[in-house]
Write a protein that binds this ligand. Sequence first.
Ligand code: SAM
Length: 371
Amino acid sequence: MNSAQHIECITEGKTEFLVFKKKSSKKGPGSKDKVPFYNPAMELNRDLSIPINQWLIDNSNIHVDILDGLAASGARGIRLANELVGDFDVIINDWSLDAYDLIKRNIKKCKLKNAFAVNKNLNTLISDRRFHYIDIDPFGSPVYFVDSAMRSIYNDGIIACTATDTATLCGVYPKVCLRRYGVRSFHSPVMHETGLRILLGFICREATKYDKGIEPLICYSTDHYFRVYVRVKKGVGRANKSAGNLKYATPKELFSPREDVADVGPLWLGKIENKKAIHELISYVFKKKLNTKGELLKLLDLLENEADAPPFFYTTDNMASSLKTSVPRMSYIFEKLKKKGYDVARTCFSPIGFKTNAPRDEIEEIFKQRR
Ligand SMILES: C[S@@+](CC[C@H](N)C(=O)[O-])C[C@H]1O[C@@H](n2cnc3c(N)ncnc32)[C@H](O)[C@@H]1O
């Protein structure tokens, strides 16, 4: 290993492990770095995979094979092996030799009997073996691995993907999005939700070509990444049902004033959260030792509340500026809409966003009353 001087010991959850730590640069880890550095900003992302995998193990009556496919130091896989209980193994893979050596050191350090280091191209590994959970956490886009993950995943298994190519998914680079995801993207006030639905639409198409369907369990976006957990179910009926959720949205539906652009899509316009699963996961989060527990519970609460809301959302700023009114407090909007019998929820996609089944003229009325 040529980077010994950068190795540090970190604790996440109940696990102490070694990572490659960047010394001088303030910038986060990137794909151009020679060794895959530890990214502390992803701790919540890793934390969430603990209760999800515990939920998967507890709901399976068979041995569960878990794969941390792009593992770097193995932070996620080592934690899964150390913090989960039940009948399972964790395969921790990275094609970098430095990473592989560190993963082996971490397995030894944590005295793990159920974790195994692998040093392969992820696509080769999952072309040869099948798993019940596959985690794809790349630098940038996960698209290069989803096809083989769909072939590898067992029926009812979970594929988890992170995407950090947020600018592409949010419509900043439409040509890249068309090439990479096969989708006409769009920069709009609801671009984060559109981006997530582009990613889910892509994953759905990768599933349906193998007569499989997807059921999103938990999906969210932050400023830096998108994260989706989808359950994969085999069968033509399931595939057809999933494909039925692939649709196009007009710029107007994406709250854009532009009329000179084509419809956006194909997007996944089905549900993006599974309310029942999130509800169950919340109790798992309470039981686990997680450094981001407070933040995670807030996120899950938000996602549970918006689970039944329609796609896309209004923002207080946009509504107020288009109606030339002042910006009302969110609590005022919620109170008025609920009084009129409508559902309304906050959204993970924007702190000033709200989702409702109320017609637009009712919402405008509420804003105008504040003029
Ligand atoms: C963003 S890092 C993973 C971070 C890690 N999951 C964590 O939580 O710390 C991406 C990793 O993928 C590895 N990688 C990239 N392409 C790969 C491939 N085709 N097969 C296997 N590993 C790959 C890189 O070496 C890098 O370590």
